[in-house]
Write a protein that binds this ligand. Structure first.
Ligand code: NI
Length: 178
């Protein structure tokens, strides 16, 4: 397993639509393990494949005590509406209020390639939708009002004006001592 560098806002891979995974092979499983490890190191609630530069429809989520991989995820039902603050590992330290359905049902393949159906509410539903957006090249900033989006992007650009690249390697977590 390996922690992978995360692409930050401005990197073109965040704006491309990712391709379906034809089969969940050992290579895909190793990649899923890398995604989990990278998400944990960055202390995120989700991470999509294109955020580490792989243009495949794979993402991981760790929200509300549930931890799972999604391969080729599709939202088959959504309902309700909730506005909550949202952030993104590719837009670190910047947050905005995003309105989304507060309940979704998805169909996807798991790490073993087995199909599953999952109903999610609240934070988990939000994380799932955020990650599936990534696979379509959509960022949470796209879902803000025009004014809030331009304010956030201006602040982000100012904070990152001296960045040498669009890549950021998360620090591995220090193991807790007993
Ligand atoms: Ni994100």
């Amino acid at each position: 397993m390996a922690i992978r560098p995360i692409h930050l806002l401005g990197s073109p891979v965040l704006r491309q639509r990712s391709a379906e995974v034809p089969a969940v092979t050992d290579e895909v499983r190793r990649f899923i393990d890398d995604l989990f490890e990278t998400m944990d190191a960055a202390e995120g609630v989700g991470l999509a494949a294109n955020q580490v530069g792989e243009m495949v429809r794979v993402a991981v989520v760790d929200a509300d005590g549930d931890r799972f991989a999604m391969v080729n995820p599709v939202i088959v039902e959504s309902s309700g509406r909730e506005t909550a603050e949202e952030g993104c590992l590719s837009i670190p330290d910047h947050f905005g209020d995003v309105t989304r359905p507060d309940r979704v049902v998805i169909e996807a393949l798991d790490r073993d390639g087995a199909p599953y159906r999952l109903e999610a509410l609240g934070l988990k539903a939000r994380a799932i939708q955020h990650e599936i957006d990534h696979l379509d090249g959509v960022l949470f900033t796209d879902r803000l009002s025009a004014l809030k989006r331009s304010l956030l992007l201006a602040k982000y650009r100012k904070a990152h004006k001296d960045d040498a690249s669009f890549l950021k390697l998360p620090e591995p977590k220090t193991p807790r001592s007993a």
